[in-house]
Structure formats: structure tokens, C-alpha cells
Design a protein around this ligand. Structure first.
Ligand code: F6P
Length: 321
């Protein structure tokens, strides 16, 4: 019988993690469970950083970015011994199931705990990269998109005033999702993403034509996984014949108050994670498909790649003239 659940956040933080923690705690308490938080992710688990959580501990956190449980990336947890030790610590502390909130590395750790140690786990997809198979949206993506769009709007103001060209680097690790979607929402001139090759020659002709038509600015988004933004900038400069300023948005994309969407998503995912553990569905990820909360085995999530479909890339190109 499930009596005690632990929850941790791991890997890069993302807005909405606090909403998910709050939902795990409050749903767990609703079902008469004892809830314990683990600070600093898997590293904290190996150091037994347990923190009892009650209704009050998660009051007033839903509007805050980051994670009240803190997070980390642990090397030791990636070893067989580390996973074994973690399962031992969890069992010693009478924990019957663990909710892991994080990205692909964190969910891979969850699967290790289940496969190697038969420990019940549920994963919640939380990464601004939106690169996890099995969910339409990961927690934090919507907020990050809004942050990026607001940055693009601001850069556009100064770009237009000076008739300047800008390259903006957007996070996403190997995924171009954030760059592509914020490019559409921000109305930029071009988006360079790793999933589809960009012909720099063709792009420079297009940008030049835009200037000749009297465009007052030129914004090109570069996904961080698409290559060195400074090199891309130099290449474009030599072909177009005018200077391109570079802005790297960096970690500000991960912070900030979560959007309404992320607060609701975190709340729904967190609540469902508890129900999954109560129902002994204990090796799944809870995700979003359309507007429905769904579950998918963690093994399937990690064995597959989330693709960026061609039509949305084509749409971005058509609109970016
Ligand atoms: O996975 C989230 C993410 O923000 C990526 O977009 C980025 O490449 C990476 O984390 C940065 O990691 P760190 O915070 O360790 O520098």
C-alpha cells in the first residue's frame, strides 16, 4: 500500500515546477499520504536531503519561477551504484514512490530507478526545450516562449530605430522548438534550427531583398543547437555587406513567473502523478496530448525522439518574408 511519496526536481529548472510540487503535495494530502520533498535533485537524494512537506509549505509558491526544492545535475546518480544507493535510501526512509520533475536526463534517472531497482517512479516532463517524446508540451515551455517573444519585441524597437540587423540566440539544447515557435510569434525575418539545414546564401539574398524593400529591421533567431552564432553572423555579414549585432538571451529564458498555462499544466501533471502512484502505474511519464492529460511508459519516452514537423517549419518560412 502506498503511504508515503517523495518528490524532487532535477536538471535545469523550468517555470511551473513549483505548481507541480504544490499539486503533488496537496493531492497527496487529499489522499491521506505523507509527502516528503527531496532538495537538490538526485544529488540531494544521495545526501538524504529530505524535507517534510505539508499544505502550508507549498502555499504562495505557484506564482514563482525556479523550484522551491532546488535542483542539480548529479554525476554519481548516473552510475549503477548511485542508483542502487538511491533506492536503498528511499526504502530506508519508507518512501513508496517517487515523483521526478525534470527533462530527459532526469527521466532517464527515473527509468534507471525502476528498471534496475524496481522502485516505483512517475516522471513529469519539465524543460523549456520541449524535446521530450510523449507530450505536446513540457512544463516551462510556454513561459519561456513568452519571455523570448518579449525580448524579440524589445530588440525590434531598437533595431527599427537604427535600421539594424540582429542575430538572437535562443536556448533549446539540440532542439529548435523554442526558436521556431518564438520566431513565428515574434514575427522575425528568419529562424535557424538544427533539425532543418539553412542555406546561408539563400538567406542572405532574402535579407538583402528585405532591406531593399525598405524593411526597417532584420531579426534572425538562431537555436543554440544550430551552430556558433558568431560564425553564422560573420558569414551573413560578408554576404550581405552590413553588420549584424548578436544577442544571446541565455538563462533569463528559464526564469520568471510561470504563465497561466504553465501553472495549470504543472497543477494537472502533479495531481495525476500522485494518482498514477496510487494506482501502481509506476514507470510512466504523465504528459499532455491536445488538452488531455495522458500517460506513456518512460521507456517509450526515452526510446523516441520528438520531431519538428515540416509544415510548421514551412509556415515559419512563408510568414518570415
Ligand atoms: O535544458 C534546459 C537548458 O536551459 C537548455 O536549453 C540549455 O542548453 C541548458 O539547459 C543550459 O544548461 P545549464 O543551465 O547547465 O548551463
Amino acid at each position: 500500500m502506498v503511504k508515503k511519496i517523495a518528490v524532487l526536481t532535477s536538471g535545469g529548472d523550468s517555470p511551473g515546477m513549483n505548481a507541480a510540487i504544490r499539486a503533488v503535495v496537496r493531492t497527496g494530502i487529499h489522499y491521506q499520504l505523507e509527502i516528503v520533498g527531496i532538495q537538490f535533485g538526485y544529488r540531494g537524494l544521495l545526501r538524504q536531503k529530505f524535507l517534510p512537506l505539508n499544505l502550508k509549505s507549498v502555499g504562495g509558491i505557484i506564482q514563482h519561477g525556479g523550484t522551491i526544492l532546488m535542483t542539480s545535475r548529479s554525476v554519481k546518480f548516473k552510475t549503477k551504484e548511485g542508483v542502487k544507493e538511491a533506492a536503498f535510501i528511499l526504502r530506508e526512509n519508507n518512501v513508496d514512490g517517487l515523483v521526478i520533475i525534470g527533462g530527459d536526463g532526469s527521466l532517464a534517472g527515473a527509468l534507471d530507478l525502476y528498471q534496475q531497482e524496481n522502485f516505483p517512479v512517475v516522471g513529469l516532463p519539465a524543460t523549456i526545450d520541449n524535446d521530450l517524446y510523449g507530450t505536446d508540451m513540457c512544463l516551462g515551455v510556454d513561459t519561456a516562449l513568452n519571455t523570448i517573444v518579449s525580448a524579440i519585441d524589445k530588440i525590434k524597437d531598437t533595431a527599427s530605430s537604427h535600421r539594424r540587423a540582429f542575430l538572437i540566440e535562443v536556448m533549446g539544447r539540440k532542439s529548435g522548438y523554442l526558436a521556431l515557435m518564438s520566431g513565428i510569434a515574434g514575427g522575425v525575418e528568419a529562424v535557424i534550427i538544427p533539425e532543418y539545414p539553412t542555406d546561408i546564401e539563400e538567406l542572405s539574398v532574402q535579407l538583402k531583398k528585405g532591406y531593399q524593400r525598405g524593411k526597417s529591421h532584420c531579426i534572425v533567431l538562431v537555436a543554440e543547437g544550430a551552430g556558433d552564432i558568431y560564425q553564422i553572423g560573420k558569414l551573413l555579414e560578408t554576404k550581405i555587406g552590413f553588420r549584424m549585432r548578436v544577442t544571446i538571451l541565455g538563462h533569463l529564458q528559464r526564469g520568471g513567473s510561470p504563465s497561466g498555462f504553465d501553472r495549470i499544466l504543472g497543477s494537472r501533471l502533479g495531481a495525476e502523478a500522485v494518482i498514477q502512484l496510487l494506482n501502481h502505474q509506476d514507470h510512466h511519464m504523465v504528459g499532455l496530448s491536445g488538452s488531455e492529460i495522458t500517460t506513456i511508459p518512460l521507456a517509450e519516452v526515452l526510446a523516441n525522439k520528438k520531431a519538428i514537423k515540416k509544415p510548421i517549419v514551412e509556415l515559419a518560412a512563408i510568414l518570415a518574408r
